[in-house]
Write a protein that binds this ligand. Structure first.
Ligand SMILES: O=C(O)COP(=O)(O)O
Ligand SMILES: [Mg+2]
Length: 227
């Protein structure tokens, strides 16, 4: 028996250069328990990854703003305040940093992501002025302006409810501050070696290897334990 998994994507299933590591396509299709892809990416990305892994589309997208499980989609985040923050950021001269053809946000339903090249200080100032309903999360891949009320961890609880799995049965692997809430909800949590300080502090274990090397090591250990 292997445990159900809650897996971050960027920094966790990827290589250092941001590609999905080929081992994801070896290890995850055969994983004999639910696998939740819990990501800051917009909704279509984890759906597509689950699809091409041949797995059920069980995803927590947009940092918990959208949850899809058992064929049902729940849109939990409210995009209005994040969009207003980014509008105000633009009015103050800020540039989200993706250029004219922004596919990062094109299908994003509940939040707005900005490039790490964007002016972080200005973004945080504008977001703080908008009040407590909006927060800025730095995943190491983008700044996300999101509703404070949603998180990957709350999304995982919702998935657990739908699948009849106690969230404490999940094993989580991640690399950044947007995984802290997942780590709090999962029964066991691992940060890969490239993880940021928030994820390292929140994880039960910080593994020695980075990116998918670290994740593959965790999965091998879980499989060996289950045999
Ligand atoms: O989209 C991002 O900024 C990060 O995505 P992740 O949560 O899968 O690491
Ligand atoms: Mg990540």
């Amino acid at each position: 028996m292997v445990p159900p998994l809650a897996l971050d994507i960027d920094g966790t299933l990827t290589t250092a250069s941001g590609r999905i590591d080929a081992r994801a396509f070896e290890l995850l299709p055969e994983w004999d328990a639910p696998v939740v892809l819990a990501t800051g990416k917009s909704f279509p990305y984890p759906v597509a990854l689950a699809h091409f892994l041949g797995r059920a589309e069980t995803v927590v997208a947009e940092n918990g703003g959208v949850v899809h499980v058992d064929g049902e989609t729940a849109v939990l985040g409210d995009p209005d305040a994040p969009r207003a923050v980014v509008e105000a950021f633009r009015e103050r001269g800020g540039d989200p940093g993706w250029g004219a053809r922004d596919t990062v946000n094109r299908w994003r339903e509940t939040e707005v992501a900005l490039s790490l090249d964007a002016d972080e200080a200005l973004l945080r100032e504008v977001a703080a002025a908008a009040g407590g309903d909006v927060e800025v999360v730095d995943t190491g891949y983008a700044y996300h302006v999101k509703s404070t009320g949603v998180s990957k961890g709350r999304g995982l609880e919702r998935v657990g409810d739908a699948l009849g799995i106690d969230p404490g049965e999940f094993v989580a692997v991640g690399d950044s501050e947007n995984d802290v809430s997942t780590f709090a909800v999962a029964g066991e949590s691992y940060a890969v070696a490239n993880a940021d300080a928030a994820a390292r502090d929140a994880a039960d274990v910080v593994v020695e290897e980075s990116y998918m090397d670290g994740t593959a090591g965790v999965l091998a250990e879980l499989r060996a334990r289950g045999e």
